[in-house]
Design a protein around this ligand. Sequence first.
Ligand code: FES
Ligand code: FE
Length: 441
Amino acid sequence: LLDLSLADGVELTQLIDEPGAHISRRIYGNDEIFELEQDRIFRRAWNFLGHVSELPNPGDYVTRDLAGEPVVLIRGDDGEIRAFLNSCRHRGMRVCRADRDNVSYMRCVYHGWSYSRSGDLVTAFAEELYDPGRLRKEELGLIPVTQVAIYRGVIFGTWDAEAPPLEEYLGDMRFYLDLFLGRTDGGTEVVGAPQVWDVSTDWKFCADNFTGDNFHLYTAHGSVVDLGMLPPDPMSLSYGYLVRAQGGHVLHLVPGPPDPSFEYFGLPRDLVPQFERNLDSVQLGLLKDHAWSVGTVFPNLSFMQVMVQGDIGGPNVTFLSLRAWMPTSATTTRVFSYLLLDRDAPEQFRRDSYEAYVRTFGPSGIFEQDDMENWEDCTRVNKGKIAQRHGLHHGMGLHLEPDPSFPGPGQAWPGSYGERTQLSFYGEWLKWMTHERPWAS
Ligand code: FES
Ligand code: FE
């Protein structure tokens, strides 16, 4: 175990009581916890970095953060995508300063040191003024991210050399990710650039919500219900399953009403032959039987495939979005939100899906605004010293046993209103905060 005590003598293990469904408010908005999370979770876990379709050509780069430090992802002349600490070896200046660009070289704006598209230092300023042998350019390339790997087009990185391979880290979650990322021949691609915005919230409220909190919809998003854009029955999204795939990787799967237009998550029928080719029979059955899914890959990559009305009285249209919740401080989070489309989806569907996403879950979307307000307020109020004397309740549905007839891997609890997946997320959080080798324990 790692050092468990916080500065005031409280032990980390006192903060999360998974069996008792009790979470301490002290884990939110707390600078000491934030520093420990950076150290024990974000510098060790596999973190989301981007999607291969953001970098179609050699020289394309995007800039991101990995555990609070700037990184650049760049496609080399050999077609490989590499990731580096975005910091010049001379004085540390950020070498790539745009969100995205295409470059022949990565040239530092301070004194002009230039790095190749594979990160090697090519030229320094006034090289003739160094002693022979002093400027060892072969040792002064950009510092690579320790491990980089791609799963179904999604790029992950970790600063930890001991982290297990990405496929092992994702484990059984791969089975479920394939329903969204691996169902068609061409895979998915990002539409445009990610939308990025800052929220005054602890990142954990975002991940908590995206572990599959269906039951906030009828209150937090009540105005959308009033507008007739969600079914009026508050239990209509309560069916299906809460799934703990592996560790803190969780999702929910919710069926639609008995109407074929809600099968296959409402995806275009023309794609069904591709689903049949790319998925096994269990995956295909789950895809056919469900209309909504939201989940999270621990620690902070969430996804949603949901059917929504983007317009009052309009049709339900599905979209697939990836969300990365990048903590920037104990009380602030930078959100990266992507719309993904199957490359092989028909043109009309691509437009409709894009529109549905922007109108509902883009930064000005009718759903997104409600969520931000709740997460910001929770972050602010839970910092109170009186508030912190009392924990937070996470006990819905805990009397239910996992359903042994559920065909997918992991554990699945019946009904999708419940707090099993939230507790799984916090249980995993505690494991990473307290264990030397969390992936092995
Ligand atoms: Fe980059 Fe000096 S800091 S060249
Ligand atoms: Fe919401």
